[in-house]
Design a binder for this molecule. Structure first.
Ligand SMILES: Cc1cc2nc3c(=O)[nH]c(=O)nc-3n(C[C@H](O)[C@H](O)[C@H](O)COP(=O)(O)OP(=O)(O)OC[C@H]3O[C@@H](n4cnc5c(N)ncnc54)[C@H](O)[C@@H]3O)c2cc1C
Length: 218
């Protein structure tokens, strides 16, 4: 993977050919990943907290309760690291040493800014909603002013980020190709299960189709 410009903090040093820094590499990974892990330190103690995220243009939004420790901390401008990972397969080699995973991941560094303007808050919430299920926003009740106030949203600009991608078969050591063991890639993907209606659902309605399956399994 090539393209884009790294910084001393984002340059992929281990297997640099797998690294990329341009938005064409970064954005699709951010968009396909359903969840992110948000890293920060409080008094020297690192924390890495799972959370939803949604990219809109040049920013990634995270959101949660206004009482969230994570969001209250990051809103003060402390350094943050948001990581997303897509697992595409297990890579089975002929030696245990050369086993690997096929994956696409992004690490984004920066400082989060609180979103205070009502319109941007709503746009971010639409983006979260669209990410969970496209079209959902138009079907459900919109947030009240009280609910909006109870929701904290932060924006993390995409200014310093790297993507790292592994694809393809195992890379075995030449003498190991004679070992009689299966080798190759077992692809993995997130797939929709059978919908379970809420026991309190009183309408006879078809379940929506969760249409976020990665293109390769559609
Ligand atoms: C897939 C997924 C998506 C999520 N999406 C969101 C989201 O969009 N917005 C949101 O606000 N929250 C989300 N959460 C919950 C989130 O991880 C936090 O639990 C929550 O935000 C509370 O954060 P806090 O900083 O106030 O936690 P606190 O309660 O202050 O955290 C205190 C301690 O509790 C422990 N802890 C907190 N969260 C977790 C956790 N998830 N798993 C294990 N231990 C934990 C940690 O040790 C942490 O240091 C999501 C969780 C998951 C797994």
């Amino acid at each position: 993977m090539a393209g884009g410009t790294s910084t001393p903090r984002t340059r992929v040093r281990r297997l640099p050919k797998r690294g990329g820094y341009d938005r064409a590499a970064i954005d699709p990974i951010l968009d396909e990943a359903l969840i992110a892990h948000l890293g920060f330190t409080v008094d020297g103690q690192p924390f890495v907290i799972p959370t939803l995220h949604a990219r809109v243009g040049d920013v990634v939004y995270v959101h949660g309760s206004a009482a969230s420790r994570t969001l209250k901390h990051l809103a003060q401008g402390f350094p943050a690291c948001l990581t997303v990972t897509l697992v595409d397969g297990v890579v089975l080699a002929r030696s245990i040493f050369n086993h690997s995973m096929n994956y696409r991941s992004v690490v984004l560094l920066g400082q989060a800014e609180p979103v205070t303007e009502q319109q941007e808050k709503l746009e971010a919430l639409v983006a979260f909603s669209e990410k969970i299920l496209p079209g959902r926003w138009d079907e459900v009740r919109e947030p009240t002013a009280k609910e909006l106030k109870a929701t904290s949203i932060l924006r993390l600009p995409i200014t310093e980020a790297s993507a790292k991608v592994r694809t393809g078969p195992p890379g075995d050591d030449e003498p190991d190709y004679t070992i009689p063991v299966w080798a190759g890639v077992i692809p993995l993907a997130l797939v929709q299960g059978t919908p379970v209606p809420d026991p309190k659902l009183t309408f006879d309605l078809p379940a929506p189709r969760w249409d976020r399956l990665p293109k390769r399994v559609k």
